[in-house]
Write a protein that binds this ligand. Structure first.
Ligand code: SAH
Length: 382
């Protein structure tokens, strides 16, 4: 099996082209403002048309060019002949008893990834995927067992937000009382291994004349791709979450194999330098509770020590089971004892309530079946 390090740099060709081979129409969703302007300039249309088009796509959520009534008929026809506003197709739409909703999204090439909406009182966090599958192979994560991996394009990442907005009827972009208030890049894949597409998608989501979600309401979760953390802070300025999960390199090397490349000390140094991190804007450290593996009182004490001086908040994530997993979730009393040690030491710490477990929508349970089926039809992978 290749080492995680050797599989980390995905060839950008892994992402499919954004031109539909059947219709030759180019996807507009996923183009940045400058790219959209260049397209419109190429059609010999004035620049303000690009701004109008942007507004129709991302503020109004238009699904067809016909409805763009502020554009001339001839311009609309020109657009319809060349471009598409296609979103991914939702091939499954599941609702949990706790209100969590999960969509299986199918992209133009037939690959699939999952998107989850987690309503919580006034808030609604949309958990989006950055890749089909994942190369990290964290031993506790279901997505890591999926064989096929490719980067999602910027359009496929933004498309997840567009489709969720379509589904809850959230167009034009509301200024208040939204159902989707937050975006978390915590779905399938490692967002910092697909940085360019993720960055493009985040910039589109941030744009005030469009989806308009502020950087304080966007959180990117990473297993610790150290060289990309600084860039993420400087260029995107979104909230950072780190999947820490262990307090020693010895254990982290095993359960988060990326640690062999970027060990804990290097990871925490990148966190210390993360632009914008402060006690008002803390870095979230995710820590999965695995029975008998990383959940002792001495682990908790070591965690306190590791995070000393960092503007940190700890999210304890009870392990979410999946078929074939080799771990069990720590018992509630163990989680309680662990969190008390953190809190008594002055750390901000909460236990993340598992959401959507009944529809396999909770952290680490995402996996697209279509890939699994396709894999099963292929020769066995050694
Ligand atoms: N690759 C990114 C984002 C994806 S996972 C990252 O590693 O951060 C989102 C979170 O769910 C991560 O903290 C991940 O470690 C955690 N997770 C994975 N499998 C889990 C499981 N079975 N139970 C609970 N949390 C899990």
């Amino acid at each position: 099996m290749p080492s995680p390090a050797s599989r980390t740099n995905l060839d950008p060709m892994d992402s499919p082209a954004t031109i539909d081979t059947a219709t030759h129409q180019k996807a507009l969703i996923g183009l940045g403002r400058d790219e959209l302007e260049a397209e419109i300039a190429g059609l010999d249309e004035p620049a303000f048309r690009a701004r109008q088009l942007w507004h129709w796509i991302y503020h109004r959520g238009a699904r067809s060019f016909e409805e763009m009534t502020t554009l001339s008929k001839s311009f609309r026809a020109k657009l319809a002949g060349r471009y598409s506003l296609e979103r991914p197709e939702a091939t499954r739409d599941l609702l949990s008893t706790d209100g969590t909703r999960k969509w299986l999204m199918r992209f133009a090439d037939g690959q699939e990834a999952e998107t989850v909406l987690i309503p919580e009182g006034e808030r609604g966090a949309l958990c989006i995927s950055a890749q089909v599958g994942c190369t990290l192979n964290c031993t506790f994560c279901h997505t890591g067992t999926q064989a096929l991996v490719r980067n999602l394009t910027a359009g496929e990442i933004v498309g997840q937000i567009m489709l969720a907005r379509d589904a809850v009827g959230e167009w034009p972009s509301p200024t208040h009382d939204r159902r989707i208030t937050n975006i978390v890049l915590m779905g399938m894949g490692e967002p910092l291994f697909n940085y360019d597409n993720v960055a493009k998608a985040v910039k589109i989501a941030l744009d005030g004349d469009g989806i308009a979600i502020s950087r304080r309401r966007i959180t990117l979760s990473t297993a610790g791709v150290v060289p990309m953390i600084e860039r993420c802070g400087a260029e995107l300025g979104v909230n950072l979450a780190i999947s820490l999960h262990a307090v020693t390199d010895e254990l982290r090397d095993v359960i988060v194999p990326l640690n062999r490349k970027y060990p804990i000390a290097a990871l925490l140094a990148a966190c210390r330098a993360y632009p914008g991190a402060s006690s008002a804007r803390r870095i979230t450290f995710e820590y999965i509770m695995l029975d008998g593996v990383n959940d002792s009182d001495s682990d908790a004490k070591a965690l306190v020590k590791l995070l000393e001086g960092l503007p940190a908040k700890v999210n304890l994530i009870p392990f979410n089971p999946w078929p074939g997993a080799i771990y069990e979730c720590s018992p509630p009393a163990r989680i309680d004892s662990f969190i008390k040690i953190l809190q008594n030491a002055g750390l901000v710490a909460i236990t993340r309530t598992p959401r959507g477990r009944d529809i396999m929508a909770a952290c680490g349970q995402l996996k697209s079946d279509s890939v699994k089926q396709r894999r099963a039809r292929r020769a066995p992978v050694v």
